[in-house]
Design a protein around this ligand. Structure first.
Ligand code: AHR
Length: 495
C-alpha cells in the first residue's frame, strides 16, 4: 500500500495555538480527590496538591485546564469552595450522585494551575444558577479589590486578582441529563445576557457558549444556530464535545473516529458561518472543543456501588495502545482545523477517562494515551501546514470508506524544523512518499511510533505502552519514504 504527501510551507492553516493542548479537571470520581489533590499523600505539599501528579501534568504539556465541570458545575455553588476549609459545607452532587466535601475549591485550583504552568478555564453554573452568580464569581476572581467579593478573595490570601481570561457559559446545556437543562432558546438568551454582564465587569474575558454535547444529539446543528442567533456578538467561542467508545470491539471504526471529529468541526463551522452571514458579522466564531477523548462509555457501571459516597472511583478507563493511536489522530484533526478551533481540552486529566492514573496513597503513572498527547504538545510548535494525503481508503462499519492515512505537519520557522504527525488507520502497513521540495534541504532527525494493540499501562507495568524509536528514513533529492505499521501513530521530526 502506497500513499503520497507534499509538505509546502506556503500552505498555511494557522498557528498551532497552545490552547489546543488543554485538559479538564472536574469534581468527578477521583479526578480532584485522590488525583490532583490528596492531603497526607507522601508526594503532597502542605496544601494537599500531589507533586507526582503535578510533575506528570507538566510533562504532558497541558496548556489550559477547564474546571470545575462538566456536569458537576450545573449544580455547583462556587462560594462553598472558598473561605476557611473547616467551614465549607458538605453537599450532595446530583450530577454524579456523590457527596462533595468542598475541601478543594477555586483558590486551591488556582494554586494548582499556577504550579502546573496551565491557564485556567473556568465554567460558571447556568443550570441551577444565572447571571448574578456568574457575575459574583467573576468579581471574586478578577476584580482587584475594594468590594465585598474581591476582598473575600484577598482575605483568603490571594491579594492579586486571578485575571482568568477563559470562561465557559455553563456545560452541555443541550443534554437532558444536565441539571437545569434548557431549550436552545432559553439557553441562548441566558448565555447572551450572562455574557453581556460578565463583559461589563471585565471586558478582557473570552467566553464560550455551549454548543452540542455530541454530534449525534437530536438538536445538533439547530442548537448551535439558535444559541448563536442570540449570543453571537457576545461570545468568542462555541463549544463541541465528542467521545469515542471502543466497547463494541469494532476496531476499524474506532480507528476512524477522527473522521467523525473532522465532520463535526466542519458542521459547526458551517452553522456558525451561516449565522454570521445572516447578521452580517465579519468576525468568524471559533470552536472550543472543550471535551474530547476515547471513553468506554457503554461499559456497565459497578452495580454494587452505593450512591452518595465521597470521591468513589468512577470512569477509570484503562487505555490500550489502540486507544493511543486514536487519541493521536484526534490531535491531528484538531491541528488540521487550527484556523477555527481555538481551544481544545482532553477530558479529563487524572483518573477519570484520563492520561494520568493514580492509586490513592500510592503511585501515579502514565496511561498509553499520555504519550501521543505529550509528544504532540511538545512538538507541534509553529505554523500548521495543510497537507492532503493521496492514498488508499478502507471500509469501516460506522463511517463507510475512510482514508487510511491521516496527517498534518507543523513548521517551526524559527528553528527551521518541520514535525509530521501521521496515522495509518488501516490494518496493513503503509509506505508514504514524503515530498519536501518546497522546503530548504532537511534530514529526518527522529521517527517515533505507537503501534495499535491491546497492551495497557498499569501501576505494576507503567511502561507497557511507550512510543518506540524507529530508524529514520534517508532523504533523496528532497523526498523520503516512511514506513508506517498498520495501524499506528507516528511522529517524524525533520530538521
Ligand atoms: O467528562 C465527563 C462528562 O462528560 C462531563 O461531566 C460532561 O460534560 C460530559 O457529558
Amino acid at each position: 500500500n502506497n500513499a503520497r504527501i507534499a509538505i509546502d510551507p506556503d500552505f498555511r492553516i494557522g498557528e498551532a495555538d497552545r490552547r489546543l493542548f488543554g485538559s479538564f479537571v472536574e469534581h468527578l470520581g477521583r479526578c480532584v480527590y485522590g488525583g490532583v489533590f490528596e492531603p497526607g499523600h507522601p508526594a503532597a505539599d502542605p496544601l494537599g496538591l500531589r507533586g507526582d501528579v503535578l510533575a506528570l501534568t507538566r510533562e504532558l504539556g497541558v496548556s489550559v485546564v477547564r474546571y470545575p465541570g462538566g456536569n458537576f458545575v450545573s449544580g455547583y455553588r462556587w462560594e462553598d469552595g472558598v473561605g476557611p476549609a473547616a467551614q465549607r459545607p458538605r453537599r450532595l452532587d446530583l450530577a454524579w450522585k456523590t457527596v462533595e466535601s468542598n475541601a478543594f475549591g477555586l483558590d486551591e485550583f488556582m494554586t494548582w494551575a499556577r504550579a502546573a504552568g496551565a491557564e485556567p478555564m473556568l465554567a460558571v453554573n447556568l443550570g441551577t444558577r444565572g447571571v448574578q452568580e456568574a457575575c459574583d464569581l467573576l468579581e471574586y476572581a478578577n476584580h482587584p479589590g475594594g468590594t465585598e467579593l474581591s476582598d473575600r478573595r484577598r482575605r483568603g490570601g490571594a491579594e492579586q486578582p486571578y485575571g482568568i481570561r477563559l470562561w465557559c457559559l455553563g456545560n452541555e446545556m443541550d443534554g437532558p441529563w444536565q441539571i437545569g437543562h434548557k431549550t436552545a432558546e432559553e439557553y441562548g438568551r441566558l448565555a447572551a445576557e450572562t455574557a453581556r454582564a460578565m463583559k461589563m465587569i471585565d471586558p478582557g474575558v473570552s467566553l464560550v457558549a455551549c454548543g452540542s454535547s455530541g454530534r449525534g444529539m437530536p438538536t445538533f446543528g439547530a442548537w448551535e444556530a439558535t444559541v448563536l442567533e442570540h449570543a453571537y456578538e457576545h461570545v468568542d467561542y462555541v463549544s463541541a464535545h465528542a467521545y469515542y467508545d471502543p466497547s463494541d470491539g469494532d476496531r476499524a471504526s474506532l480507528l476512524a473516529s477522527a473522521v467523525d471529529m473532522d465532520a463535526f468541526i466542519r458542521d459547526v463551522v458551517a452553522t456558525a458561518d451561516h449565522v454570521a452571514a445572516r447578521h452580517r458579522h465579519t468576525r468568524r466564531m471559533k470552536i472550543s472543543f472543550d471535551e474530547w477523548n476515547v471513553w468506554y462509555m457503554s461499559r456497565p457501571a459497578d452495580p454494587e456501588r452505593p450512591d452518595w459516597q465521597e470521591a468513589p472511583p468512577l470512569l477509570e478507563d484503562d487505555y490500550t495502545a489502540t486507544d493511543a493511536v486514536v487519541v493521536g489522530d484526534l490531535l491531528v484533526t484538531l491541528l488540521r482545523h487550527a484556523d477555527r478551533v481555538g481551544v481544545a481540552c482532553q477530558a479529563q486529566l487524572a483518573n477519570v477517562i484520563a492520561p494520568i492514573r493514580t492509586r490513592t496513597g500510592g503511585p501515579a503513572w502514565r496511561q498509553s494515551i499520555f504519550h501521543p498527547f505529550a509528544l504532540t504538545a511538545a512538538n507541534a510548535r509553529g505554523t500548521v501546514l495543510r497537507i492532503e494525503p493521496a492514498g488508499p481508503s478502507h471500509d469501516t462499519q460506522r463511517y463507510g470508506p475512510v482514508p487510511s492515512l491521516s496527517a498534518v505537519a507543523v513548521h517551526d520557522e524559527e528553528h527551521g524544523a518541520v514535525t509530521l504527525f501521521a496515522v495509518n488507520r488501516a490494518e496493513t502497513p503503509l509506505s508514504v512518499e514524503v515530498d519536501l521540495r518546497g522546503l530548504p534541504p532537511m534530514r529526518a532527525a527522529e521517527h517515533v511510533a505507537i503501534a495499535a494493540g491491546d497492551a495497557v499501562n498499569t501501576a505494576d507495568a507503567p511502561d507497557a505502552v511507550t512510543p518506540r524509536r524507529l530508524a529514520v528514513p534517508a532523504m533523496d533529492g528532497g523526498r523520503c519514504t516512511l514506513d508506517l505499521a498498520g495501524p499506528s501513530w507516528n511522529m517524524v521530526r525533520l530538521t
